[in-house]
Write a protein that binds this ligand. Sequence first.
Ligand code: ATR
Length: 272
Amino acid sequence: MTDRYAVIGNPIAHSKSPRLHAAFARQCGQDLSYEALLAPLDGFAATVAAFRDAGGRGMNVTVPFKVEALQLADRLTDRARLAGAVNTLCFEADGVLGDNTDGVGLVTDIRDRLGVPLAGARVLLLGAGGAARGVILPLLDAGVESLMIANRTPDKAVQLIAPFGIREGLHAGGFGMLAQHEFEVVINATSASLADAGLPLPQGLFADGALAYDMVYGKGETRFLADARALGAARFADGLGMLVAQAAESFLLWRGVRPEIGPVIAELQQPG
Ligand code: ATR
């Protein structure tokens, strides 16, 4: 019998996940089905339970249910607990495992696909919302030399790193602290790009050869990427690779095989 998976969210019609997982399944010769499930805003747990009862093996979870999914899971990975959100559910015989593959997707995309080393790198993360929170542990685990988190509301950045305790090289504050610092990797995890708003980035922020990475995708050259170009960044990426890589990590968790992300990213970059 074909194993069933789904992505659950509200809205869900525009999710790329069914297309991604169909491509992975073809590539890896895996027999599975993957559908998009719209859950009512007050019906997340019931929709998950119905899918599981019908033989579902696992789910991806998207907006606005990632925090509810954390509460629903019987067991959590460390990276899901520290992210405060779950994007992958795995239905196992003894309960529901909740994981979060967003951060490891970002790390895989930067390090393995773009070939930009994270070990020993000075990394700047802009923003302190859910998107930023989810990537802190995977970036630290990648062996960065330092991780600075800057946010418009400085206190939120400070609170974000509190669970990590005092850790050498981990700093948080407002944009003002960026003066006199330079970074090999600068990641925009704010939602400023969605509103085409600029961020107060100082001259000298980008080290030679630095990568500017915007987690937003499908918007062409965002304001952040354009500003980064003007400030001397050398390499640029939007969040499409992260999207594909987090899906690949979910696929790995469910199926025990890691799909190659490069061909699938190339396919998504084709128009139509
Ligand atoms: P998400 O879950 O996508 O991270 P969020 O939790 O609403 O969304 O967080 C949005 C982030 O973008 C926050 O860090 C926010 O800064 P504040 O904490 O100060 O609100 C940041 N952000 C949004 N618009 C911004 C702007 N115009 N300039 C700077 N930061 C902005």
